[in-house]
Every structure is written in C-alpha cells, then in structure tokens.
Design a protein. Structure first.
Length: 300
C-alpha cells in the first residue's frame, strides 16, 4: 500500500489529526489536515475533537499542543526535532532575570520550552506580539521580552516601547542578509519584499513588509501584486505557490533552511501513527502554569 494511503487509513483508525508547520517539507504539508504557523496550529490543537494529534513541527510546538489539550495523545514523528532558539533560555535563567527586575511582567515568544512558558506571564507569537504589548501589557512599566532579541527589537522600534530582552535569536533567520535583499531586488524589480520579524534589523528595515508567516499567506492572497521575495524559512514557499499558482515567489536566501523542521518525513509520520510514538509529555503542574500564559496568547 502507498505510504499516503497507509497514513490516511491509520489517521482514521486512530481518530488522529495531523498538524504541520509552514516550514515542513512539501510532502508532509500535503498530507496534513492543517498547515499553519505557531498560532494557527495552537488554535487547532486547542479545539480539535481528535483523540490523537500528530504534530509535524519542532518539540516546543508539540509541547504547546499537549499543554492546550492535555487529555489528548500528542505525537511528534521525530523526537530530535528541537528549536535552537527555544533552547537559548532556560526556566532557571528566566527566573533569575525576573529576580533582577521584580516589577517586570514577562512576555515569552511561543518558541520556548514548557518550563519557560510556565515561568512567564503571557506568551505571544510573531503574529500577535504587538497586540499583546498594546493590550494586556499596555499599562506595564517594565516588560521582559524573551528569548528572541530581534522580534523584541522590531516590536520595540515599531511601537516605541522599551523591553528588557534576552540575547536569543533564530540561527536560520540570521542567515538572511541585507545584501541578499539587494541582490533579489535587482533580479525581480517588481516584486514586494516580505520578511519575518525574526530577521535582523538590517534586513527588516530593507523590507516592504515585516510580517508573520500566516500574515504572508494572507497578504500574498489579497494583494494585487504578483511577485514576492520572501525572507523566512523556505518551506513556506510551497504553501505560497500552492495557494497562489498565478503568482511568483522567490526566497531572499536559499540558505534559510531549518534542519530541525526538515527532520519529519512521511515515513516518520506513518511510524508515529503505527507505533503511537513519540509521545509528548509535560508534567501536570507545568501544564497548569503554562496554560494561563497560552490562554492569553490565544485570546489576541
Ligand atoms: S526556523 Fe528558527 S525559530 Fe523556527 S524552529 Fe527553526 S530554529 Fe527554531
């Protein structure tokens, strides 16, 4: 039997839903029930009626699904698929930072471990960080924003608020360079440049739009523009091209490939469903604390 047929059969038998991040390989995106960014996938995980969630992404995302749906079985097809940015801050380091700034409220990017989420006040994604700072945190004098220094810098510059930041970053988005944008603008002079806020300030200041991956999807569909230069992990190009076959999309940099996101394959998805592995677990007290910060994220 074909791999995809086997996956489909087991998906039905197990009452499973397959969630895939925008940066997954095309074949995995194509068999998923839902493809999206961290926020979209979190929303799907929180409202699914399936018994099993197969999370095709990196570990903190599968943990987030478990926190939001603790009664469900959450599987990650490759347990080694981590996120180096999420590992750049530990709960111990965050607690130390909080002690140094006892009046500060803590906003954590969703790219953090479950323990870090449990130690913060509110989580955010790149798509709603600004609304949260302007909404839930509007009357706070001091805000710790961790771990992504570049997302924090972008929001800070945009809305004129200062943050206490952590020196984390995405090793993939920092590979996208200002000179890559200059080169691509020469090649595609009619194209609009959209980049992710995890990029460095040298890149975001050169872009036409700084936007989350889901924002890129929406804008590409609604815009009258027909050519786009995309500054984020290149996996998103598959979905952009699939949903907008009449438009053209070019990566700012072909180097922007996240090896952790590429660990999931169709074979591993099948094995996950066959053997019900690898089960994602989060301690009950961590779930209890972390789900509050995620609840506020989902409300924005
Ligand atoms: S692209 Fe960057 S932030 Fe996303 S999973 Fe990979 S390392 Fe982490």
């Amino acid at each position: 039997m074909e791999l995809v047929e086997k996956i489909n059969q087991l998906r039905k038998e197990r009452n499973a839903v397959i969630l895939a991040h925008n940066y997954q390989i095309p074949e995995v995106q194509d068999i998923a029930d839902y493809v999206g960014d961290s926020l979209g996938l979190s929303i799907q995980a929180s409202k699914t009626t399936a018994d099993v969630i197969v999370f095709c992404g990196v570990y903190f995302m599968a943990e987030t699904a478990k926190i939001l749906s603790p009664e469900k079985t959450v599987l990650i097809p490759d347990a080694e698929a981590g996120c180096p940015m999420a590992d750049m801050i530990t709960a111990k380091e965050l607690r130390k930072l909080k002690r140094e700034h006892p009046r500060a409220k803590v906003l954590c990017y969703v790219n953090t471990t479950a323990e870090v989420k449990a130690a913060c006040d509110v989580c955010c994604t790149s798509g709603n960080a600004e609304q949260i700072v302007q909404g839930a945190f509007r009357s706070e004098d001091e805000i710790i924003f961790a771990p992504d220094q570049y997302l924090a810098h972008y929001i800070s510059t945009k809305i004129g608020r200062n943050f206490i930041t952590w020196k984390g970053y995405c090793p993939i988005h920092v590979k996208i360079l200002p000179e890559d944008i200059a080169r691509k603008r020469v090649l595609y002079p009619n194209a609009e440049v959209m980049v992710h806020p995890e990029c460095t300030p040298g890149v975001t200041t050169l872009a036409d739009k700084v936007i989350s991956t889901e924002g890129m999807m929406r804008h590409a569909k609604e815009s009258k523009i027909r050519e786009f230069i995309i500054g984020t992990e290149i996996g998103i190009l598959h979905r952009l091209k699939k949903q907008n076959p009449e438009k053209s999309f070019y990566p700012v940099s072909e180097r922007a490939v996240c090896p952790n996101m590429k660990l999931t394959t169709l074979e591993k998805v099948l094995w996950a469903l066959e053997e019900m592995r690898y089960r994602v677990t989060v301690p009950a007290d961590t779930i209890e604390k972390a789900k509050n910060s995620l609840r506020i994220m989902l409300e924005h």
